[in-house]
Design a protein around this ligand. Structure first.
Ligand code: ASP
Ligand code: MG
Length: 428
């Protein structure tokens, strides 16, 4: 049985969480082959803020932020290892000096390249600490640099995997005892750091499982599995115990924050099941994604908040024809954005997007230069998979929607966030 585990940021957010992870591994009957780990807590966001400070901020702001990262990671080391943590603390210090050096070196590069050379330190830091801690408590493991295992092209921030080279590199791990490595990051054949896209650690676990021919992947989360709606926003969300790869991809695509959408394809190809389990409740029944789809037909509701609607029209009262759609969508792709809803009519293309200022503003500027552009902010997109009219009516009761898009499998409605409830309820 070759099992790959993935632990996200929440499961290693501080010393207490890391201790808990160690206890969990010690309580399990079988150990995994490889453990893939994200950056601690919200470190990746902090590194993105540091990047902005390095590129546009003043030096003291940059220093201040770097120091905060150093303080947080060293505090975790101190709390875990106490006086015996000297060598781990040294490695953490070395990584932070490298990070500082990388910022100096890459400040003038284009942003995606600078991003990848520096954002990867979140995972390098977290795995250094967790690997050392596991060795300390008797869970013997070796630390590996994923930038040397996951080989990608140089499409920075959304690097594409070179499967043949990655397989070759991963084969060298065969026979190794427990491997601890980073999620989210890879490297080009020339040794440049790359990243796979935000929240990409799930994908890393799937890449490794695929290449090693693993028997299963387990993603450990703070919820006991997959649900047909976000349990924090819906008071009656139900757990999906068994869904197919296909259904899981559809849900992830609609924005269900369960697993990174790219995770499923490499697993499906080798028929490797993916389990989603709670690191808080080991005995809680968990969800499985595999070829079996017992719960595939259950209606599911996905909320995407902080949405922006862009309505794009030609300036000269002509058609928003395919050529113009291609042009507008090409600009979207160039901006590295994904539309959560696309709708069109004779003279209009409507796009609903995450309010991601750094990427959105340049797109808005570019479209505004050539089209008549209308923009609506502060919106919430509700997507319902396997909708019935009654379900949709009940969920939208009392709320007017700005846009609706429907096909046989999915209905989407866009609302003003002000009109939306704090807690939603799925009617029976
Ligand atoms: N640390 C990365 C992120 O926050 C990758 C991950 O957590 O999966 O996006
Ligand atoms: Mg994550």
């Amino acid at each position: 049985m070759t099992t790959i585990f993935k632990f996200g940021g929440a499961s290693i957010k501080d010393a207490e969480a890391i201790r808990h992870l160690g206890e969990l591994l010690n309580r399990l009957e079988t150990r995994p082959r490889t453990i893939v780990i994200s950056a601690m807590g919200k470190t990746t966001n902090a590194l993105e803020a540091l990047l902005a400070a390095a590129r546009h901020g003043d030096e003291s702001d940059y220093r201040h932020q770097l120091e905060a990262l150093r303080r947080d990671h060293l505090a975790t080391v101190e709390s875990l290892f106490g006086a015996s943590g000297g060598s781990v603390a040294e490695r953490v210090e070395t990584l932070l000096e490298e990070l500082d050096e990388c910022h100096r070196q890459h400040r003038g590069d284009d942003r995606p390249h600078h991003y990848d050379q520096t954002i990867c330190y979140g995972e390098l830091l977290s795995t250094t600490i967790v690997s050392a801690w596991l060795n300390e408590i008797g869970v013997d493991n070796d630390w590996y640099d994923a930038r040397q295992l996951i080989v990608t092209d140089a499409n920075h921030q959304a690097a594409n995997v070179d499967w043949a080279k990655t397989s070759q590199r991963l084969k060298t791990l065969e026979g190794e005892p427990l491997v601890v490595t980073q999620g989210f990051i890879g490297g080009t054949a020339d040794g440049d750091s790359t990243t796979l896209g935000r929240e990409g650690s799930d994908f890393s676990a799937a890449i490794i499982a695929h290449c090693l021919g693993a028997s299963e992947v387990v993603i450990w989360k703070d919820v006991p599995g997959l649900f047909n709606a976000d349990p924090r926003r819906f008071d009656n969300a139900r757990q999906l115990m068994q869904i197919s790869y296909h259904e899981a991809i559809e849900l992830a695509w609609l924005g269900a924050k369960v697993i990174h959408p790219k995770t499923l394809a490499p697993l499906r190809e080798r028929q490797i099941p993916l389990k989603v389990r709670s690191f808080k409740a080991l005995d809680a029944p968990h969800s499985v994604i595999s070829a079996r789809g017992d719960d595939d037909a259950m209606p599911a509701c996905i909320l995407a908040e902080e949405q922006v609607l862009l309505e794009i029209q030609p300036r000269d009262f002509s058609f928003m024809d395919e050529a113009r759609q291609l042009d507008a969508l090409g600009r979207l792709v160039d901006a590295g954005l994904h539309a959560n809803l696309i709708d069109s009519s004779a003279m209009r293309l409507s796009l609903c997007l995450d309010a991601h200022p750094e990427r959105l503003e340049p797109l808005v500027e570019s479209l505004d230069a050539d089209y008549a552009l209308t923009r609506h902010d502060d919106l919430t997109l509700l997507s319902v998979r396997h909708p019935t009219q009654a379900l949709l009516d009940s969920l939208s009761k009392g709320r007017a929607h700005l846009v609706e898009r429907r096909n046989r499998e999915v209905a989407q409605r866009l609302f003003h966030s002000n009109d939306c409830p704090e807690t939603w309820h799925i009617p029976d």
